[in-house]
Design a binder for this molecule. Structure first.
Ligand code: MSP
Length: 654
């Protein structure tokens, strides 16, 4: 029997699960179910990534220990999956003892093979990515290409993985195996990356003096493992490597990721596996971003979509169908509730729901809700059977090649063709004419094709497909999977038992009625909320006499810039003052003192972008120098920092 192993990336637990996370995991679930339909023994892995600087900061911001924090947030991810209809086989956490053991065994093996060395290194460290960048990897302005922030130059002793040694071999492997990274655009991107010569050896340790929340190196207790090197190994720690039997049974697997984490999966991970003498994964499937109002979701833009809430409001299966149908795997796609409602009404209520509802009510009327026996097939019936076979072949091919949208589009050709067949054959007219043989044949053809549709839909809409099968007089999920052989199903136009009892009615997807005004209100929702808030604020702000007219030159003489707070703490000599270290993209951060201790806990400010005047003369306050002034708004009772929608550090405020 063939085995199939599919993974999602493991999710950073410093965030709440959102639509982007939901998509990768739902796709993995769809693939796992599809392979189960093919009769393969399938293992589906997901989990959480729990080490590194960002966890420590987020835990501190929450007044929790890192362990308590990761326990809580990891559970939030784990609890979401059943709501999305996701049935994974294992949930790995990088704080699991088994994972720690595997990472240490892996490190030791790579070390023993001479692929890890100790050295001093100066590199551009991006706190957002928690990694060093080489000069060539930075963008033209010297900024981190992911966060568009100025990385800090850090020089320290660390351990390095001889990744560069494996790059020529990797390029050759990718050249020889066109489906190793797919779709093709990402394969080309990786090949270009490898050709550019920008990739060097990988720094894989962090001194404990700087970060202790990580896995200790087995050969040096003063260091912990770099979070990506640790996290990637989850794909085999979950299978119990080196000695767990699941490893031999399921590895190598197929990985699913979004485009932002292409490099660690397409370059670091294969090189690591090669160095450890382990087989490479089979495919790396890379998808694009879900955009909301044309932008990638982010807390600061206020466009984060909560997948659990969408499922509760619109139904889990409808949401899954929408995600798979709407995104062309590899490219970005836009999410909006309006688009979701359009798909539900057009594809699910009109096309699919209507087909089931009309055919089952005709079967109730004309053949007592029993599967009728077919008689002689005519050309039109044979065309339906042929279309079924073609669609099922297409479906199998497209799903295996992660082209879900195309697979569903092709399946809907069949659904629409069946509705047309109903109209053309007009069973009500056959009944009127008393042509029972032809009527039985037409209904049999329809019910048989509908069963094939249900079968194909099971990976995408498991609960609905199960209902559909039950309405067609078939057994539930478990039994159904036991006897279905998808490849045989595609070849043979049969599967129903004459005489089996059918549901009397069907209402799979009721239409969603959106009143015009409500839709308008929804799309204008944010603007409205903004207006309300403004109205309230306007009412509160006391009338302050305007300042005297000023010269524009006075304003433009000020050098006001945006920077990210790297550290924050209390001024040792002044209770009301915080001491901040802020990165303005100048290479070294500035120390700025700010009288906001009454309104902010220091940890609330770390990682936030603030605006500050930088060209005042440095000023000493109680023994510490302040190299700028953070801008705030408010009055004596409350002052809040002025912040911006993430821009590169050092950007001027105009
Ligand atoms: N912890 C790392 C992965 C380590 S795997 C060894 C990580 N985690 S993440 O939580 O930030 O992201 C998990 C997945 O969600 C990634 O594939 C990421 O790209 C994806 N998405 C995050 N935002 C997204 C969208 N807006 N749209 C689609 N997917 C995106 O990266």
């Amino acid at each position: 029997m063939k085995n199939f192993f599919v993974t999602t990336p493991i999710y950073y637990v410093n965030a709440s699960p959102h639509l982007g996370h939901a998509y990768t995991t739902i796709v993995a679930d769809v693939l796992a179910r599809y392979h189960r339909l093919l009769g393969e023994e399938t293992f589906f892995l997901t989990g959480t990534d729990e080490h590194g600087d960002k966890i420590v900061q987020a835990a501190a911001g929450n007044n929790q220990s890192p362990q308590a924090f990761v326990d809580e947030v990891s559970a939030r991810f784990r609890n979401l999956w059943p709501v999305l209809g996701v049935a994974h086989d294992r949930f790995v956490r990088t704080t699991d003892l088994q994972h720690v053991r595997t990472v240490q065994a892996f490190l030791q093996r790579v070390y023993d093979r001479g692929d890890i060395y100790f050295g001093e290194f100066g590199g551009h460290y991006c706190y957002g990515c928690e990694r060093f960048y080489t000069e060539k990897e930075l963008n033209d302005d010297g900024l981190c290409p992911q966060h568009l922030t100025k990385p800090e130059f850090i020089c320290e002793k660390n351990y390095f993985f001889r990744m560069s040694k494996y790059l020529p071999w990797l390029a050759e492997h990718i050249e020889k195996n066109p489906s190793f990274i797919r779709p093709e655009r990402y394969r080309n991107e990786v090949l270009a990356m490898l050709e550019s010569g920008a990739l060097e050896d990988l720094c894989i340790s962090r001194p404990k003096s700087r970060l202790s929340w990580g896995i200790e190196l087995p050969f040096d207790a003063d260091y912990v493992c770099y979070v990506w090197f640790d996290a990637l190994i989850n794909y085999i720690s979950a299978l119990g490597w080196p000695d767990g039997e699941d490893f031999g049974r399921f590895w190598p697997g197929e990985h699913l990721v979004a485009k932002d984490i292409l490099k660690p999966h397409a370059v670091f991970w294969p090189a690591m596996l090669k160095s450890a003498g382990l087989p490479l994964f089979t495919h790396l499937d890379v998808h694009g971003y879900w955009l909301v109002r044309d932008a990638k979701m982010s807390k600061s833009l206020g466009n984060v979509i909560d997948p659990g809430e969408i499922c509760r409001r619109f139904g889990t299966d409808a949401f899954r169908y929408f995600l798979l149908r709407e995104m062309h795997f590899g490219a970005d796609a836009g999410f909006s509730e309006d688009a979701l409602v359009v798909r539900i009404n057009a594809d699910l209520a009109n096309d699919l729901g209507n087909l089931f509802s009309r055919v089952l009510s005709m079967a109730a009327k004309y053949c007592d809700s029993r599967v009728p026996s077919p008689h002689v097939l005519e050309d039109d019936d044979r065309s339906v059977a042929e279309l079924c076979a073609t669609v099922m072949h297409n479906f199998a091919q497209t799903f295996a090649a992660v082209q879900f949208s195309q697979g569903l589009e092709s399946l809907w050709e069949l659904v629409r063709a069946l509705n047309k067949y109903v109209d053309a054959q007009a069973p009500w007219a056959l009944h009127k004419k008393g042509d029972t043989e032809r009527l039985s044949t037409v209904l049999h053809v329809l019910l048989t094709a509908m069963r094939k549709v249900a079968l194909c839909l099971w990976p995408v809409m498991p609960a609905t497909a199960q209902t559909m099968l039950e309405q067609l007089g078939q057994s539930a999920e478990e039994g159904f999977l036991r006897f279905v052989d998808f490849s045989v199903e595609a070849e043979t136009f049969s599967g129903l038992e004459p005489g089996a009892s059918l549901a009397v009615t069907s209402n799979l997807f009721p239409r969603i009625e959106v009143k015009k005004e409500e839709r308008k209100k929804n799309s204008a929702g944010n603007k409205e909320r903004g207006k309300e808030a403004k109205a309230v604020d306007d009412a509160k702000v006391p009338a302050v006499p305007a300042k005297a007219q000023a010269d524009f030159d006075h304003f433009s003489a000020l050098d006001v810039r945006v920077g990210t707070v790297l550290t924050a703490g209390k001024h040792p000599q002044a209770d009301r003052i915080l001491r901040l270290e802020i990165d303005f993209g100048e290479g070294t951060p500035r120390q700025i003192l700010s009288g906001i201790a009454a309104w902010y806990a220091p940890e609330d400010l770390v990682g936030r972008q603030v605006c500050a005047v930088l060209n005042f003369a440095p000023r000493k306050i109680r023994g510490l120098v302040s190299e700028g002034m953070v801008l705030t708004a408010g009055d004596d009772t409350c002052q809040k920092i002025l912040t911006v929608d993430s821009v590169p550090n050092g950007s001027s405020v105009n």
